[in-house]
Write a protein that binds this ligand. Structure first.
Ligand code: FAD
Length: 462
C-alpha cells in the first residue's frame, strides 16, 4: 500500500500533463497506465503516428509534383512501406520515452497496469491497493463503429489498424469525412491508393465554417480523393481479402455498394471508462458516456476528478492537456481555468486547415452582427513561392467593437498561424490590433495580418 496526494489514471496527454504539473506543484503523484508505453492514444496510435505518416507522404507528394518545377530533377523516390512504418515507430518511441524521462525527472511513480477504483481515495492495480487524497481519471477514448460494421483490424480497420497496414491498399474506402478520415485518407491517396470517402452528412469536417468545409472538399477532390456525400453506410461484409460497403443515399433512398481492399472506419470515438468501477461508485455519466464534472473537473463523488476525452467537449489532445494543467492547479489549492471558447482545431491535410472561435454559421444563429476579413494566400509572396497559394485566412470580428470572434484558415502552416489569433482572442483584441502589429516579410503570417486589415480599410495585396 502506497499513499499519494494524487493518483492519475491514464497517461495520455491529459493524464501525463496533469501528473507532471501536480508533481511540479509539490504533490506526491503516481500515474497508472495499462498500456506498455506512456503517452496514451495521442502518442501511440493518434496524433503523433498520423503526423509522421502525413509528413512522409507529403515529402513524396512534393517530390512528385513540385521538385521538377524548382529544377530538382532525377529519379523520383519510391515508397519503402516497411521503412516508412519503421520511421513512424521510431517517432512514437522517441516521444513515449520522452514522457518516461519527464516522469523520472519529476519523481512521478509510474504504476503499470489497469486501474479500478474500489472506493473514493483508493486505486487498485492488480493485487496492489494504493491510497490517494484525490484521484484523477484521464482514461481517454476508444474507437466507436456503426451498426453492421465490425472492425477486424485486417480488412475493416480503425485508425489504429490504418497506422500499421501490412501493405498499401489498392482501393481504400473511408467511412466518415471527419479529421481522422481525411488525414489518413490523404496519406493513402498520396501513397497511391484509390481513396473514396463516404460521409453521412452533406459536408466534410462537421462543425467547421461552411466556406472552409466546401474549400477543403474541393482541394482534396483535386488531389484525387473521391467523395460520396449524404450516404448512410448500411453495413460492411468481407470475403477473402475484399470488403463490400453497402450504403444508402439519403436524398432518394437509393442503395449501392462499393468494394475495397481496406475499409477505414473513422466515425468517431467514445469515452473509455470500462472497468474503472464508476457505476458502483455512483459517478454520474452523461447520456453519451462521458463522465460528468463540475467547473473544476470534480465528479459528483468528492475527491474523484476527470479530464480529457473521458469528459465532455472536443476530443483533442491540447484540450486534454489544458484540463490536465488546470485540474492540477485546483488539486494543489490554486486556481485552474480553461477558456473553452478559444480551443483551436487543426486538420493536418495539405493544405492544413485551422479554426478557432465562432463560425459564420454560429454567429448568424446567435444573431450577432459581424464583419468578415478575408485574404487569399495567392496574395502572399511566400506562399506562392512554395506552391501553396491555395486557401485563405478568414477573420470574423464584431461589427461594432471590431473584437475578434473567430478565425478560419486553409493554407500553409495554418495549424501554427491560428495561434496568433488564439492569443489575440485571449487578450480580447480587435482585428485592428492584429492589423497594426508588424509581421515579418516574407512569412505566411502576413496573410493573417492582411485578413485583419480586410476587417477595416482593406488589405494591401488584394
Ligand atoms: P488518451 O490519450 O486516450 O489516454 C488515455 C490513456 O489511459 C490510455 O493510454 C489508456 O491505455 C489509459 N487507460 C484507460 N483506462 C485505464 C485504466 N483503467 N487503467 C490504466 N490506464 C488506463 N488530437 C489532437 O489534438 N490533434 C491531432 O492531431 C490528433 N490526431 C489524432 C489522430 C488519431 C488517429 C486519433 C485516434 C486521435 C487523434 N487526436 C488528435 C485525438 C487525441 O489523440 C485525443 O484527444 C487525446 O489522446 C486524448 O487524451 P486523453 O489523455 O484524454 O486520453
Amino acid at each position: 500500500m502506497a499513499n499519494y496526494d494524487v493518483i492519475v489514471i491514464g497517461a495520455g496527454p491529459g493524464g501525463y500533463v496533469a501528473a507532471i504539473r501536480c508533481a511540479q506543484l509539490g504533490l506526491k503523484t503516481a500515474c497508472v497506465e495499462g498500456r506498455e508505453t506512456l503517452g496514451g492514444t495521442c502518442l501511440n496510435v493518434g496524433c503523433i503516428p498520423s503526423k509522421a505518416l502525413l509528413h512522409a507522404s507529403h515529402q513524396l507528394h512534393e517530390a512528385e509534383h513540385n521538385f521538377a518545377k524548382m529544377g530538382l530533377k532525377g529519379k523520383s523516390p519510391s515508397v519503402d512501406w516497411k521503412q516508412m512504418l519503421a520511421y513512424k515507430d521510431e517517432v512514437i518511441e522517441g516521444n513515449t520515452k520522452g514522457i518516461e524521462f519527464l516522469f523520472k525527472k519529476n519523481k512521478i511513480d509510474w504504476i503499470k497496469g489497469w486501474a479500478t477504483i474500489p472506493a473514493a481515495g483508493q486505486v487498485k492495480v492488480g493485487d496492489d491497493l494504493h491510497e490517494a487524497k484525490n484521484i484523477l481519471i484521464a482514461t481517454g477514448s476508444e474507437v466507436s463503429t456503426l451498426p453492421g460494421v465490425e472492425i477486424d483490424e485486417k480488412i475493416v480497420v480503425s485508425s489504429t489498424g490504418a497506422l500499421e497496414l501490412p501493405k498499401i491498399p489498392k482501393k481504400m474506402v473511408v467511412i466518415g469525412a471527419g479529421v481522422i478520415g481525411l488525414e489518413l485518407g490523404s496519406v493513402y491517396k498520396r501513397l497511391g491508393s484509390d481513396v473514396t470517402v463516404i460521409e453521412f452528412l452533406d459536408a466534410v469536417t462537421p462543425g467547421m465554417d461552411g466556406e472552409v468545409q466546401k474549400t477543403v472538399q474541393r482541394m482534396l477532390k483535386k488531389q484525387g480523393l473521391e467523395f460520396i456525400m449524404g450516404a448512410a453506410v448500411q453495413g460492411v461484409t468481407t470475403k477473402g481479402n475484399k470488403a463490400t460497403v453497402a450504403y444508402k443515399l439519403r436524398k432518394d433512398d437509393s442503395e449501392a455498394t462499393i468494394e475495397a481492399d481496406t475499409v477505414l472506419v473513422a466515425t468517431g470515438r467514445r469515452p473509455f471508462t470500462a472497468g474503472l468501477g464508476l457505476e458502483a461508485l455512483g459517478v454520474e455519466i452523461a447520456p453519451r458516456g462521458q463522465i460528468k464534472t463540475d467547473a473544476h473537473w470534480q465528479t459528483n463523488v468528492k475527491g474523484i476528478y476527470a479530464i480529457g476525452d473521458a469528459i465532455e467537449g472536443p476530443m483533442l489532445a491540447h484540450k486534454a492537456e489544458d484540463e490536465g494543467m488546470a485540474c492540477a492547479e485546483v488539486l494543489a489549492g490554486k486556481h485552474g481555468h480553461v477558456n473553452y471558447g478559444v480551443i483551436p482545431g487543426v486538420i493536418y491535410t495539405h493544405p492544413e486547415v485551422a479554426s478557432v472561435g465562432a463560425t459564420e454559421e454560429q454567429l448568424k444563429a446567435d444573431g450577432r452582427a459581424y464583419k468578415v476579413g478575408k485574404f487569399s494566400f495567392m496574395g502572399n509572396a511566400r506562399a506562392k513561392a512554395v506552391f501553396a497559394g491555395e486557401g485563405f485566412v478568414k477573420i470574423l470580428a464584431d461589427k461594432d467593437t471590431d473584437r475578434v470572434l473567430g478565425c478560419h484558415i486553409i493554407g500553409p502552416a495554418a495549424g501554427d498561424l491560428i495561434h496568433e489569433i488564439c492569443v489575440a482572442m485571449e487578450f480580447g483584441a480587435s482585428a485592428e490590433d492584429v492589423a497594426l502589429t508588424c509581421h515579418a516579410h516574407p512569412t505566411f503570417s502576413e496573410a493573417v495580418r492582411e485578413a485583419a486589415l480586410a476587417c477595416g480599410d482593406g488589405p494591401i495585396h488584394a
